[in-house]
Design a protein. Structure first.
Lengths: 79, 782
């Protein structure tokens, strides 16, 4: 099932299928390892609900919901 | 001398390695043109001395942040003799992404596999030889922290620097490679250095490359039309980023041997110590509360004169007699204020303050005893002009360093990144990212370190806006102005709560700051909040050594400034306030050049409430505000000097309250004027040290606008405050005689309303005008 990262629930894992957006923002996402094929685990949300914290390529990355909107993933079944 | 550049991801231990390699030889200098610091030092253990250049931490060589542009340009334009790529061995995958780009440049490269000690502790292994074979460049396993294997690293880097290296790419897609080769040949034909790197970046649609080599674009575009990848279509940016990561994961899974069982290896969810700490510190409910408590303690330990409120508690419990017998001894001023214990920051401040005044006193005693009457000016020059100004500034150094130490610890442990994470949501409403919070809160201590700290902001406009409002977060040196004038107002006008005035002004500062940011981000510094895509590093203990080096850098910077700009300006002010127009030394402000200058500019401040409506002596407020541009401490110091003119035999008081009362009584300033005067000092051009920092930190061309912003903001804010407050005139009436004690300027109300209305109207109109202008420009661009 395809789902945007912003729609993920805490604890869900998925494989990136597509990164939308354009220009520098997209470039930045790529540089930080947010590329198709990478595995993403949504760790938590900030106290006010907005920036998200994910584990990707073995490290912790934070990004806003508006940026998570651009990342489309294939949801992995819970183990 | 050979130059070795250190390149690597942020937080990979680069600075630690730099400090270990160069020891105390490091010096800090500004990178030409760009406001990010470059550090260089010397490594002395090879057959010849080698200069080590510490480049800013970067994730990639694309021009996303200033740091990336600097590192990229340094390597491409300056071609160091060797690039040492530091890689965090605990996070190979992302760190190697930069390595794949560095490989493309024609420069000797060596990989330093750092944090091997942490890896060992986790039981993980990296096959260094296999990695070296695959990359085709030397790989050395080190621990920068434990200083393991550093000599070996440098020896091999030195070897590598002897022979040139041809850039190579890891991209394997035949069609893409074909295009890259074609573009590379075209670049070679143009005589461009590093054709491979430039070719790949151009194919990637890199911003800088596209604008620099427009002529080659058609060739690339033509090719792209004929090309289509199964997954990405003709999205070359994605194809190349993807092929880098593919190459890494295909090749390096075998190099890395994790301690876990194969099943666990795949699980991305780790529960390390770091995660447990994080669970508490970024907790949904407690996260914000913990942040507030930590910040409270940082400021408490730096600025409080009643540590942990012991004095207040003791007073409340009626246990005053329990006070130790320090009272009356020299320790009283050092460790005790009132009944409370001083915080470490205040103890250091007092220590310096006492030593400095002891030096000044003894020197002035010796000088006035030995020099004749004709040379009295010399004593004044040395003691009042040079030393007192210099010591006033240097006296703040310890507190600034203590504040800096706390913030460095927060940064080093990895907590600062979490602070940005927690607060981003709130700050985005004002067009800033969560990272802007730290410089702003530091502003309450001192603007200088706060402005330096804005370097962590990626977006130039965001940075400019933040630097401009930092002085509005009322700093430690502005507090005496607040305390003295609020105290004076209480005594003269009979307000019941001085602390309310002080807190009120602090809050006003924050409100004006946020309003200005909001305004700027919608007008002159327009732009969406910069993206917030940031690594959250693992928590670790701060390293004493790097903290100390950090502090030493800051201290050196500050002292250098104190001895140049600030020294010169204090001498000028001293001269103006002690010499008359006949160029004779008069030794006091009355009749001085400064007085007539003050009288000359006084009318400017009429709409602000401390201009022409005041009596003959009203120029003191104008002069105090001007001397405040050197250092805000000067404001009350000026009051003190002039109070002695009005009341003969007057001796200064510690908090300046008496002085303020004398000023209010003798000039006839209203309470509204007092508030407006405080506001003006809070919002106007900050002290010399802060102005110099702003100049160094602001992007090119923004400094003059920033000065103008401060002048306009302070003038408009104070004028509005004064006019609005004048809608509620209150006077203290003597209960016995029924006479008005405090002077009342007739007709205030009559012009207050039109002035305040027109000021507000002008503000609103100008915002609309700018918005309209922006919209028109945007239309034209379309």
């Amino acid at each position: 099932m395809l789902k945007k990262l912003v729609e993920f629930k805490i604890g869900e894992t998925g494989l990136i299928k597509k990164v939308e957006g354009e220009g520098r923002l997209r470039r930045r996402l790529f540089d930080m390892g947010v590329t198709p094929g990478a595995k993403v685990y949504l760790r938590k949300k900030a106290p006010l609900g907005d920036p998200l914290e994910v584990t990707i390529r073995g490290y912790e990355l934070t990004l806003r919901k508006s940026e998570a909107e651009l990342v489309v993933l294939e949801v992995e079944d819970a183990k | 001398m050979k130059r070795f550049a250190l390149a690597g991801n942020p937080n990979c231990g680069k600075t630690t390695l730099f400090n270990s390699l160069t020891g105390s030889t490091a010096h800090v200098g500004n990178w030409p043109g760009v406001t990010v610091e470059k550090r260089s030092g010397t490594y002395k253990k090879l057959e010849e001395h080698v200069s080590i250049i510490d480049l800013p931490g970067i994730y990639s060589l694309s021009p996303y942040t200033n740091e990336e542009v600097i590192s990229r340009n340094y390597i491409l334009d300056e071609h160091p003799d060797c690039v040492i790529n530091i890689i965090d061995a605990t996070n190979l995958e992302r760190n190697l992404y930069l390595t794949t780009q560095l490989l493309e440049i024609n420069v000797p490269l060596i990989v330093a596999l750092n944090m091997m000690d942490v890896l060992d502790k986790n039981g993980d292994r990296v096959d260094v030889n296999a990695l070296e074979k695959k990359l085709g460049v030397p790989v050395v396993a080190i621990s920068a922290l434990k200083e393991d294997n550093l000599d070996e690293l440098m020896k091999r880097a030195y070897e590598a620097s002897k022979s040139p290296r041809e850039g190579k790419t890891i991209i394997t897609n035949k069609d893409v490679l074909h295009l890259i080769k074609d573009v590379q040949i075209a670049f070679k034909g143009k005589g461009v250095e590093d054709p491979l790197f430039h070719a790949i970046k151009l194919v990637e649609n890199d911003e800088l490359e596209v604008s620099n080599h427009k002529d080659l674009l058609p060739m690339v575009e033509d090719f792209k039309k004929t090309f289509s990848d199964d997954t990405f279509g003709d999205d070359f940016e994605a194809i190349i980023a993807d092929s880098r990561y593919h190459y890494i994961s295909d090749n390096y899974a075998s190099v890395m041997k994790r301690a876990e069982t194969p099943e666990q290896k795949d699980v991305v969810v780790k529960t390390s110590k770091s995660d447990k700490i994080d669970k508490v510190l970024t907790h949904r409910v407690f996260g914000l509360i913990i942040l507030a408590v930590i910040l409270f303690f940082v400021f408490h330990l730096t600025f409080s004169e009643d540590l942990f409120y012991i004095g207040a508690i003791r007073g409340a419990a009626g246990l005053e007699e329990w006070a130790p017998s320090f009272e009356g001894s020299i320790y009283e001023g050092l460790f005790w204020t009132g009944g409370g214990i001083n915080s470490p920051g205040v103890i250091l401040f007092n220590f310096f303050d006492m030593s400095f005044s002891a030096i000044t006193d003894s020197l002035s005693g010796v000088m006035s005893a030995n020099l004749g009457e004709e040379l009295a000016w010399l004593t004044g020059f040395v003691c009042d002009g040079v030393l007192s100004g210099l010591f006033a500034i240097l006296g703040f150094l310890p507190q600034i360093l203590v504040l800096f130490l706390f913030f460095s610890i927060m940064e080093d442990t990895g907590y600062m990144a979490r602070v940005a994470f927690i607060l981003d949501r709130i700050f985005r409403k004002f067009g800033l990212s969560g990272r802007a919070f730290i410089p702003m809160i530091m502003g309450f201590g001192c603007s200088v370190p706060a402005m330096i700290n804005t370097r962590t902001l990626a977006d130039d406009k965001e940075r400019t806006a933040t630097i401009r409002v930092i002085p509005f977060f009322s700093c430690g040196a502005k507090l005496p102005i607040l305390v003295a004038i609020a105290g004076g107002m209480v005594m003269h006008f009979g307000f019941p709560h001085p602390d309310l005035i002080v807190y009120g002004m602090y809050v006003l500062g924050v409100i004006v700051a946020l309003a200005c940011v909001l305004l700027m981000r919608n007008t002159t510094l327009k732009g969406d909040a910069a993206p917030f895509i940031m690594e959250l590093p693992e928590y670790h203990w701060p390293q004493f050594r790097s903290l100390m080096i950090h502090l030493w850098d800051k201290a050196k910077h500050f002292v250098k400034k104190a001895f140049t700009i600030i020294l010169a300006s204090t001498i000028v002010i001293w001269f103006l306030s002690n010499f008359g127009w006949n160029w004779m030394y008069i030794g006091e402000m009355e009749g001085s050049i400064l007085e007539s200058l003050g009288q000359f500019i006084q009318p400017i401040f009429t709409p602000l409430g401390f201009g022409a409506q005041l009596s003959v002596a009203g120029w003191v407020f104008a002069v105090a505000a001007i001397t405040g541009l050197i250092a805000k401490e000067n404001v009350i110091a000026t009051f003190s000097v002039l109070a002695a003119v009005f009341v003969s035999g007057f001796e200064g008081t510690a908090e300046g309250v008496e002085e303020a009362v004398i000023m209010i009584a003798n000039t006839g300033i209203t309470w509204q004027g007092c508030i407006s005067f405080i506001a003006f000092n809070m919002f106007t051009i900050p002290c010399f040290a802060a102005v110099a920092s702003a100049k160094a930190e602001l992007p090119k061309g923004q400094f003059k606008w920033t000065l103008l912003f401060w002048v306009v903001a302070s003038y408009l804010a104070s004028a509005s405050i004064y006019s609005l407050l004048n809608l509620f005139p209150t006077n203290k009436i003597d209960s016995e005689t029924g006479l008005i004690i405090s002077p009342y300027y007739d007709g205030q109300l009559a012009w207050a309303i039109p002035v305040s209305v027109s000021i507000i109207a002008i503000c609103v109109l100008s915002v609309f005008a700018i918005k309209w202008w922006n919209a028109r420009k945007a239309k034209e661009a379309n």
